[in-house]
Ligand binder design. Structure first.
Ligand SMILES: *Cc1c(COP(=O)(O)O)cnc(C)c1O
Length: 376
C-alpha cells in the first residue's frame, strides 16, 4: 500500500508558473513591482468580474492591516470580528492599537451570526463605543450570510471588511466572494486555494483608493527626487517573482475549484450513511462554495468522536485538523468581549477538516475511503 502522506491542502502548480518566473529573470524584474505584479492584478480583476481594483500585497494579513487603517481604525477603537476564524483575521486590529470584539457564528454557514452581530453593535453603542468596522469571514470558502450581515451593517453605517482569504472561487447569488466588502482581502499562502508561496491582495472600489494602498505599501514615499515622507508607510508589496507564480495559478483556479468540490462530494457520499455526522455544505443554491477544506461536524454528545478519527487518520499518514479555535477562547484574547451562544465553540469541539487538496486523486481517495470505513 502507498503510504505517502496525504496532506490537508498542499500547493498544486498548474505548469505555467515557471514561464512567468523565467520572464521575470530575463527582464531582470526581481523586485516588489513589475509586469507580473500588474498582470496578476489584472487576472484577479478579470476573474472577479466586478467593478473593483486590486492591489497585490505580501500577505492577506498585510491586506487586512491596510484595510483597517483605511476605514479609519485608530488606537482605542473597537472592531467587530467573527470569532471562528484564523488569528490573522483579528491580529491586525491589535497592530493598530484597537480592540477586537468577537461575534459568534450561526449554524448554516458557521460564519458571523447576523443576530449576534446586531446585538453586539447595539450593546457597544449603548456603552458609548460604536464599532469602527466589521470583519466577516467566508470560512473554508463558505460565503457568510451576505444579505443579512450587510443589511445589519448598513443599518448602523459600519463598513464591512470581507475576509475572503479562503474563498477565492466562491460566490453568492452569482457574485464572486472578494467583491462584497467596502474592502476585501485575499490570501495566497501555501495552503490556500491558489498560492504564490506567500502573498495576498486588497480589493477596493476605486482607482484612487488602490493608488493610496500601493503608496502605503511601498513606504509612503512622497513625490520627490529624494526620499521624502509625510506619513508612516509599510513594506507590503508583492514581489514580481511571487506574482509570476500567481499568474500561472490563476490559469488553473477554476479547474482546482472543481477538484475541491469533487472532494466535498466524495465526503458527502462517504458519510451519507452516518447519521450523526454532517458534511458542511451550501445551505441554499444561491451559495457556491469553493470547498477549500471539507468540514465535518459530529452531533453534540453523540457516539462519533472527531478527535478519535483524527488520531486514527494520523496513524494512516493522513492529515486532518480541528476547526479554527474561536478567537474568544484564545489565551491571547482572553480579555476581549464576546457576543454569542456557543455555536463557534461547539463547531470547534465537534468538527474536523479533512484532506481536500485539488491534487488528490483516485489513489488518495481510495486510501481515505478505506481508512474512514475501517474507523467506522
Ligand atoms: C490565511 C488567512 C488569512 C491570512 O492570510 P496570510 O496571507 O496568511 O497572511 C486571513 N484570514 C483567514 C481566514 C485566513 O485563512
Amino acid at each position: 500500500m502507498n503510504k505517502d502522506k496525504i496532506w490537508l491542502s498542499s500547493p498544486h502548480m498548474g505548469g505555467n508558473e515557471l514561464t512567468y518566473i523565467h520572464e521575470a529573470f530575463q527582464q531582470n524584474w526581481i523586485a516588489p513591482l513589475g509586469p507580473n505584479v500588474n498582470g496578476f492584478e489584472e487576472d484577479i480583476k478579470k476573474y472577479l468580474q466586478s467593478d473593483i481594483h486590486v492591489a497585490a500585497l505580501s500577505s492577506g494579513t498585510a491586506a487586512l492591516h491596510l484595510a483597517l487603517k483605511l476605514v479609519g481604525v485608530e488606537r482605542g477603537d473597537e472592531v467587530l470580528c467573527q470569532s471562528l476564524t484564523f488569528a490573522a483575521s483579528a491580529n491586525p486590529i491589535v497592530y493598530l492599537g484597537a480592540r477586537p470584539v468577537f461575534v459568534d457564528s450561526e449554524e448554516d454557514t458557521l460564519n458571523i451570526s447576523p443576530v449576534f452581530l446586531e446585538e453586539a453593535i447595539k450593546d457597544r453603542i449603548k456603552k458609548g463605543r460604536k464599532p469602527k468596522a466589521i470583519i466577516g469571514v467566508h470560512l473554508y470558502g463558505m460565503p457568510y450570510k451576505i444579505d443579512e450581515v450587510h443589511e445589519v451593517a448598513a443599518r448602523y453605517e459600519i463598513p464591512i471588511i470581507e475576509d475572503s482569504a479562503e474563498a477565492l472561487g466562491s460566490s453568492y447569488k452569482g457574485q464572486k466572494c472578494g467583491t462584497f466588502g467596502e474592502f476585501s482581502i485575499l490570501s495566497f499562502n501555501g495552503n490556500k486555494i491558489i498560492t504564490t508561496s506567500g502573498g495576498g491582495a486588497l480589493i477596493t472600489r476605486t482607482q484612487e483608493l488602490k493608488e493610496k494602498i500601493v503608496f502605503l505599501a511601498t513606504q509612503a514615499r512622497d513625490e520627490a527626487p529624494h526620499y521624502q515622507h509625510s506619513e508612516i508607510g509599510y513594506n507590503y508589496r508583492l514581489s514580481n517573482i511571487a506574482a509570476g507564480i500567481g499568474r500561472g495559478q490563476m490559469e488553473i483556479l477554476d479547474a482546482h475549484v472543481d477538484k475541491r468540490r469533487e472532494m466535498n462530494e466524495f465526503y458527502k457520499r462517504l458519510f451519507s450513511a452516518v447519521k450523526e455526522v454532517k458534511v458542511l455544505s451550501e445551505p441554499e443554491n444561491t451559495y457556491f462554495c469553493n470547498h477549500w477544506l471539507t468540514v465535518i461536524i459530529a452531533e453534540e454528545g453523540g457516539a462519533f468522536n472527531t478527535e478519535a478519527l483524527r488520531l486514527y487518520l494520523e496513524q494512516e499518514n493522513i492529515e486532518s485538523r480541528p476547526l479554527w479555535k474561536p478567537m474568544h477562547l484564545q489565551p491571547v484574547f482572553k480579555d476581549a468581549s464576546f457576543y454569542g451562544n456557543g455555536v463557534a465553540a461547539a463547531a470547534f469541539k465537534n468538527g474536523l477538516c479533512l484532506p481536500s487538496g485539488s491534487n488528490l486523486g483516485e489513489n488518495e481517495r481510495n486510501r481515505i475511503n478505506a481508512a474512514i470505513n475501517n474507523f467506522l
